[in-house]
Design a protein around this ligand. Structure first.
Ligand code: AMP
Length: 381
């Protein structure tokens, strides 16, 4: 029986395991937290990602290794790749771990990004501000996600505060200053590439964030087809340049009718959760198919879908469970501010039907604010 090893045992690993069950797969997760939520029904090794003895046991027990977490140390990924098949490859992981490397890759492939500059010290911040101007966002090159490791500068007068917040991390790992983009929309392309080089994408997804964390996704995104095609073409270039195997997400801003790439996530992605019920084959199952060298499944959307993220705590399940074509996901995590603890997906045959279903659910859950931007996008389309 094939065993898939997953570095990281969070909700992504949990949903990978759920999607892998019909394929007859076994799983093993490696996570430093003893209470990783995938471990509620997948065996877990609890150890630091740098623990060589644990990595050796992991490698001995799995047929292929993949990630639910991109910040696994590059050396650990490389160590494993010398012993077992690892997808995506450590090189792709290394590029996606570094905001500077990924933006340089995008630009090298002709994919536009917000203006950016690398920063190593306090004087570098002043130089970068002089070059890029304000408003701008200072970000750590590594280990940032969900808006963590970021500081927004309204003007150059905020430079001291920005350095106080992130300077120590900057001296350790480097920083990047990006022009603040007054975007009209945020979209993502969730894509999959097989070992044989076959490339597929799901419908472009429109995303809304709150405090840097994904709050809601809508698929297909309400963008004109030429823009959607250009976004898919960018994702294809990235996948081919990295000889990527598995699922990844490319996040893009839409501004003035143009696309600017923000970042890529080298794994299944929160903005692809709607594919579990809203597409013929989910991102989770296609990731497993890709890393195992199996044929990819059809990524066609089954209608119009909206995913609502539950951050911090779950709302009442009852209104979701009672609604038609609504799907409830509880990750089995304890509540904590800012933590992703679950999501729900609504699927409908038309934008109008989805807008109605969202309106009813938003009211029933007391979450009108969370569904409002999605309803507005559907109404404007
Ligand atoms: P990130 O961790 O880079 O994905 O950033 C989290 C969120 O912050 C993004 O989804 C955007 O909503 C916002 N953001 C990040 N970078 C920029 C930028 N250069 N301009 C405007 N908003 C940004």
């Amino acid at each position: 029986m094939t065993c898939v090893g997953i570095l990281g045992g969070g909700q992504l690993a949990r949903m990978l395991a759920l999607a892998g069950a019909p394929l007859g797969l076994r799983f093993l997760v490696l996570d430093s937290a003893a209470d990783a939520c995938a471990a509620q029904f997948v065996p877990q090794l609890t150890a630091d990602y740098r623990d060589e003895a644990a990595l050796a046991e992991f490698a001995a027990r799995v047929d292929v290794a993949t990630f639910d977490f991109e910040n696994v140390p590059a050396e650990s990924a490389q160590w494993l790749a010398e012993r077992v098949s690892v997808h995506p490859a450590p090189r792709a992981l290394a590029v996606a771990q570094d905001r500077l490397a990924e933006k340089r890759l995008f630009n090298g492939l002709g994919i536009g990004t917000p203006a950016f500059a690398a920063i190593d010290d306090r004087r570098g911040l002043d130089a970068a501000l002089a070059e890029i101007g304000a408003p701008a966002i200072l970000k750590t090159r590594r280990l940032g996600y969900d808006g963590k490791g970021q500081f927004r500068l309204r003007s150059a007068a905020d430079a001291d505060a920005a350095w106080a917040a992130l300077g120590a991390q900057g001296e350790a790992h480097g920083l990047i200053l990006e022009a603040f983009v007054p975007f009209e929309r945020e979209i993502s392309i969730v894509a999959v590439r097989s070992r044989a080089g076959e490339f597929r994408t799901w419908a472009p997804t429109e995303n809304w964030h709150r405090d840097g964390v994904l709050s809601a996704s809508l698929a297909p995104a309400t963008v004109p087809p030429p823009l959607a095609d250009a976004a898919v073409e960018s994702a294809r270039r990235v996948a081919e340049a990295l000889d990527y195997v598995g699922v990844f997400a490319l996040e893009l801003f839409v501004v003035g009718g143009r696309l600017l790439a923000n970042e890529m996530a080298p794994r299944v992605h929160n903005s692809g959760h709607w594919t579990i019920e809203g597409a013929v084959t989910s991102q989770f199952q296609n990731h497993l198919r890709a890393v195992l060298g199996l044929p990819l499944g059809d990524t066609t959307a089954l209608g119009v879908s909206c995913m609502l993220n539950w951050i911090g705590e779950l709302p009442a399940a009852q209104p979701v469970l009672a609604a038609p074509r609504a799907y409830w996901h509880d990750y089995g995590k304890s509540p904590r501010a800012g933590r992703k603890v679950g999501h729900a997906t609504l699927v409908a045959d038309s934008a109008a039907a989805l807008a109605d279903a969202l309106s009813r659910l938003g009211t029933a859950l007391g979450r009108e604010g969370q569904v409002a931007p999605v309803r507005a996008a559907l109404a404007a389309d």
